[in-house]
Design a protein around this ligand. Structure first.
Ligand SMILES: O=c1ccn([C@H]2C[C@H](O)[C@@H](COP(=O)(O)OP(=O)(O)OP(=O)(O)O)O2)c(=O)[nH]1
Length: 457
């Protein structure tokens, strides 16, 4: 369908500031030039949507009889993430977004981890979103699952040619909604920039979490990392035949033509592998028994979100990601229960300056005017500046950040009313001249959890 598209080039039609800057003639530091590639926005939003589908649930939300799968959803406005949602026991992710954002969904772009069902789609279209993108795997109303048996989850791959009437009717309705609606409904799937998989793999192995979690397993291959996260298999349709059948039912038969089909499956697998590398190198925290914040699995889930955001950094050398969640007074309407997103970000040059020629060098550059520190907005600063909700004094508000907050950020975090910080020991208590990390340790009245050991200090 012409509304559906697969982009063949990462960041096609968009600038790639990090790479442009790295190639510029002002680069003199070999470490800067050697920095890895970055995630495109589309890839970042796609990965966050897949990861949201796996948000830890109190009880499994999937209902074999209803055939409806849980889903993840990222709501984006002006290129900023304004909502992270997942399906819960009562509401689908799309419905939850309508309830939480209402008419503010107008002109937003939505990234779903599956093609949403007609029930969600009609409400989202009605809210006036500008674009709906979905992962081209098994849709929300599953086409892999047999209807009339009580087969377990593990059998749902193995039934080709068994698409239920419910799934077929849903596919027809979604197609009708799609062809009669204003928003652009598409598959936005970009290939990873070359070298990104390897970069994520290497940095995951080197990161604090992996070193401490699995000292003896530093040689794990991507495949092995992948096999440690079996839940990620849910995003890949097991056989080519089943996948083609599903795409055809979704009126995406043009995706079944070679070489596009093989490219599609390959791109999907590579993206899931990135998620596998990041997720499998982040162990569950060992939070102390008296801990009043989040459960271990939710804390881990959020730090993985921050780690994904870090791969979108503008800094040619150090990526930092931050995400802020708050706990409301009453149970929320989606699978995140009482938790709602406040904001998220990564370290980058000021918004809108992708073509600007800002200094990028670190402390090793003797000419201080060419150092980056006075120009880069820190991950926490972006998360706070572009927050989608106000921080309410009564609601515990949790910052997850992949690097120890520096002295520039600590007063902002305190001033904003953050009550819990989950971070790492990286550079803590160091004074590096242009940037120092001395204030964090003496920060009072905020609960601090250090990821390297995942204890409170
Ligand atoms: O709380 C913080 C602290 C730092 N940063 C970002 C800002 C800058 O983009 C980068 C600086 O990283 P670092 O302190 O590691 O300095 P470096 O000179 O780039 O690296 P290093 O001194 O570790 O070699 O991290 C944040 O986003 N949040």
């Amino acid at each position: 369908m012409e509304e559906s598209e697969i982009r063949d080039r990462a960041d096609q039609g968009q600038s790639s500031p990090g790479r442009d800057k790295r190639d510029s003639s002002t680069q003199t530091d070999s470490r800067v030039q050697g920095h890895g590639p970055r995630l495109s926005k589309v890839n970042l939003f796609t990965l966050l949507s897949l990861w949201m589908e796996l948000f830890p649930q109190e009880q499994p939300e999937e209902d074999d009889l209803s055939q409806t799968r849980g889903m993840g959803l990222v709501v984006v406005h002006d290129s900023k993430v304004v909502g992270l949602h997942c399906s819960g026991p009562e509401l689908h992710a799309g419905q939850a977004a309508v309830i939480q954002h209402g008419a503010r969904l107008a002109n937003c772009q939505l990234y779903f981890s599956r093609r949403p069902c007609a029930t969600c789609l009609k409400m989202i279209i009605n809210a006036g979103v500008s674009q709906i993108s979905f992962w081209p795997g098994d849709p929300e109303v599953s086409m892999l699952r047999p209807t009339s048996t009580n087969q377990s989850h593990s059998h749902l791959h193995s039934v080709p040619g068994c698409i239920s009437e419910k799934a077929t009717l849903d596919a027809m309705a979604t197609e009708k909604l799609k062809s009669n609606s204003r928003p652009h409904i598409c598959v936005l799937l970009q290939p990873l920039p070359s070298g990104l998989s390897q970069f994520v793999n290497e940095t995951s192995r080197e990161c604090d979490f992996m070193e401490r979690a699995t000292d003896d397993e530093s040689g794990l291959s991507t495949g092995e990392l992948f096999s440690r996260c079996p839940s990620l298999h849910t995003f890949l349709v097991p056989t080519s035949q089943q996948h083609q059948e599903i795409l055809t039912q979704m009126h995406l038969e043009n995706f079944c033509v070679e070489p596009y089909f093989s490219n599609l499956r390959n791109n999907m697998r590579e993206l899931v592998e990135v998620l596998a590398a990041v997720a499998s190198s982040t162990p569950e925290p060992l939070l102390p028994p008296h801990h009043e914040g989040l459960s271990q699995d939710i804390a881990r889930h959020c730090i993985i979100q921050a780690r994904l955001l870090a791969y979108r950094t503008d800094d040619p050398k150090v990526g930092v990601g931050a995400v802020i969640w708050a706990k409301g007074q009453s149970a929320g309407c989606d699978g995140t229960r009482c938790l709602y997103l406040v904001g998220c970000g990564y370290n980058a040059y000021p918004a809108g300056s992708q073509y600007a020629e800002y200094p990028q060098m670190d402390n090793k550059q003797e000419d201080r005017q060419r150092r980056k520190y006075r120009y880069i907005i820190h991950a926490e600063q972006n998360a706070l500046t572009f927050r989608t909700r106000d921080i309410k004094p009564g609601d515990p508000t949790m910052l997850f950040v992949t690097k120890c907050p520096c002295d520039e950020c600590v007063p902002l975090i305190r001033g904003a009313g953050i009550s819990h910080i989950y971070t790492t020991d990286q550079d803590r208590d160091k004074d590096k001249g242009e940037i120092s990390y001395l204030k964090f340790s003496s920060l009072k009245n905020i609960s601090k959890f250090i990821v390297s050991t995942w204890t409170d200090r």
